[in-house]
Every structure is written in C-alpha cells, then in structure tokens.
Design a protein around this ligand. Structure first.
Ligand SMILES: O=C(O)CCC(=O)C1=CC=C[C@@H](O)[C@@H]1C(=O)O
Ligand SMILES: [Mg+2]
Length: 325
C-alpha cells in the first residue's frame, strides 16, 4: 500500500522571546508531515526539534525525509533524529487510527501555566490562576540569583495555598547556586502557609547526574530532570543509573512514541509530560502519549505553551494548519 509523504517546513515567531538559561528563543522552526494512503486516509505528524536539548535540526530532519523519497518507510529513522522518529511514527499512527479527530484539549486545571522569566512573573501569575491553572512554571537562571530568589518569595506570598510552582533552571546553575535555590525552596515547602514548590527542574547540566542525585537526597524539594532525559535512550540511561526523581519528558523530541510508551509501562517512572512548543499537530500526538502513560492522578501537563506565539495557529485544526502553510 503506497503512502505518499509531503513535507512543509515552518517558522513561527514567539510574541515575546522565551527567556531561559539557554538564552532567548525568538523563532520556533519545525517541519509538518502529511501522509496519504491509497484509500485517501490522511495522517499528520510534526518534527519539532530542540537542538540545544540534543535533538537534530530541522535541516537535518528535512534532508533525511527528502532523501528517502517514496522509500521513506523502508528505512528506519536513525536514533540521532529523535524528533523525526516522533513525527513520522505519529503520522503513521494517525493514518492507521480510525478517527483521530475525537480530540479533547485538556482543561486548564490539568495544564501547567507558563510564566515569563524575571519579575514579570509576578504580574502574570494571577492571570494564569484566573485562566484555571493551579500549577505554574517559572524559568530561573536568567537574572541574578538574589533578584530571582527575592521574586520567588514575593511570588509564593501572592499565590493561593493550593498553587504548585515548578522552577526550571535549564541546567544553568552552578552547584552552589543550586544549593542556594534548594534552601530557598525548602524554606517555602516547610511553611504550611505558603504554596508548594513541586520541584526544581534541571538545576545542573546533564553531565552532572551524580551531583543532582546528591541534591535530591540532601533537600526536601524534589529535583526533576529534563535536558538529561531528552530521549528514550537518555531516560533509560538515567533510570539504569538509579535516578528515581521526576522525569520531565518531551515526547516531540524523545524519539519513537512506541519505545517511550514501552519505557513508561515497564518502569512506571515519576513522569511529567512537557511540550516542545510544537503546533497543534505535534501537541495532539504528544498529549495522546501522555494520556496513555500517565496513570491518574497525573501531575499537571507541561503544555501551557499556547498563546506564546505571534500568530493564531493554535486556533486551527491540523488540516487547517497544513493548508495555511
Ligand atoms: O514544560 C512546560 O511546562 C512548558 C514547556 C517548557 O517549559 C519548555 C519547552 C521547550 C524548551 C524549554 O524552553 C522549556 C523546558 O526546558 O522545559
Ligand atoms: Mg525544562
């Protein structure tokens, strides 16, 4: 059965640059995939790489897909192209599914609201709460640590008691700064009058797993790995090295969805699913994986990424988005 593959690269601009310890992110580049079989069934997929997390670039994904031509199904996607593995496998899964369009976007209470880095988080947090989010995520390691810890203390004073806060350092802290942050987090988490800090995400670079394990054992506040576990291979490696803290998983850059689901079902890890700032096409596939891998009660989904771009693509269906490009 012939399956035709069509590709559409895209670029979309953040309304405001996303500030993280990796630096400002202004443009999200990606690649949409459309498959159609001889029966007229269609499947969409998305390649949404994050090269600074270790994935391939859009150019590498495009070169691979174009080089395959009509033979694209006869060659396995190399492990070095995890975002391409996700995109192609998701598109094939949708093509084979009876009807992918029974789609239900999760409610805001099930989604973690994303706050801008810096002091602006103080003004945006109430808006996220008003939108229904009860878990919020704040990027740290962007401004001087004394300023950020000062803003943290203001933020938790302003949040309702049932709020949960995730702090994401994107591997940008030194060991001393990570300890400074964990002291500040434990001070909040031992005060029953304040909101809870759910975890400190990727405090150190991925090559410092031993230090992060020690931090996890030395403080009350949990540590989550993100950049350390970007692919299924890295998930398995950290698991095999004994990591039992939180695993933040971005399905769009993790590689094969089937392999990811197998890892989840085999090990039942403490998982938080996270967006790669993909479009509706990648989002639906990633959230479908999260739904299959997250036993209730699941932690809030790290998919508060809609509305961060300067376009209206988040309001479109996959077919409408494909036609728009
Ligand atoms: O995880 C979330 O809640 C939202 C997604 C998110 O924070 C990220 C997506 C992609 C790259 C990073 O800037 C960032 C992260 O590090 O988790
Ligand atoms: Mg992160």
């Amino acid at each position: 059965m012939g399956v035709e593959l069509a590709l559409k690269p895209y670029r979309r601009r953040f309304a405001q640059p996303l500030q993280t310890a990796h630096g400002p992110w202004m443009w999200r580049e990606g690649l949409l995939i459309r498959l159609e079989d001889s029966l007229g069934r269609v499947g969409y997929g998305e390649v949404a790489p994050i090269p600074w997390f270790g994935s391939e670039s859009v150019a590498e994904a495009l070169a691979f897909c174009q080089a395959q031509g009509s033979e694209w199904r006869s060659h396995p996607v190399p492990a070095e192209l995890p975002a391409t593995q996700f995109g192609l496998e998701s598109a094939m899964a949708e093509l084979a599914a009876e009807n992918f369009d029974i789609w239900q976007e999760p409610s805001s209470t099930a989604i973690c609201g994303l706050l801008p880095a810096g002091e602006r988080a103080l003004a945006i947090a109430p808006q996220r709460f008003a939108q229904g989010h009860r878990t919020l995520k704040w990027k740290i390691g962007v401004h001087p640590i004394t300023d950020e810890i000062h803003w943290l203390n203001q933020l938790v004073q302003a949040l309702p008691l049932d709020a949960r806060l995730r702090l994401d350092a994107n591997g940008g802290l030194s060991s001393a700064q990570a300890k400074q942050w964990l002291v500040a987090c434990d001070r909040v988490n031992t005060n029953p009058q304040l909101a809870t800090i759910e975890y400190l995400e990727q405090p150190l670079p991925p090559d410092q797993l031993t230090e992060m394990t020690a931090l996890g054992n030395g403080y009350q506040t949990a540590i989550a790995l993100d950049e350390s576990v970007a692919t299924v291979a890295q998930l398995e490696n950290c698991w095999d090295q004994g990591w039992r803290g939180v695993f933040v998983v971005k399905p769009a850059i993790a590689g094969s969805p089937q392999e990811l689901e197998a890892f989840c079902q085999k090990n039942l890890p403490r998982l938080v699913f996270s967006s790669a700032f993909e479009t509706v096409i990648g989002r639906r596939a990633a959230l479908a994986i999260a739904a299959r891998c997250s036993p209730a009660p699941a932690p809030a989904l790290g998919f508060g990424t809609q509305g961060w771009f300067a376009d209206n693509w988040d309001t479109l269906t996959p077919a409408e988005l494909w036609e728009r490009l």
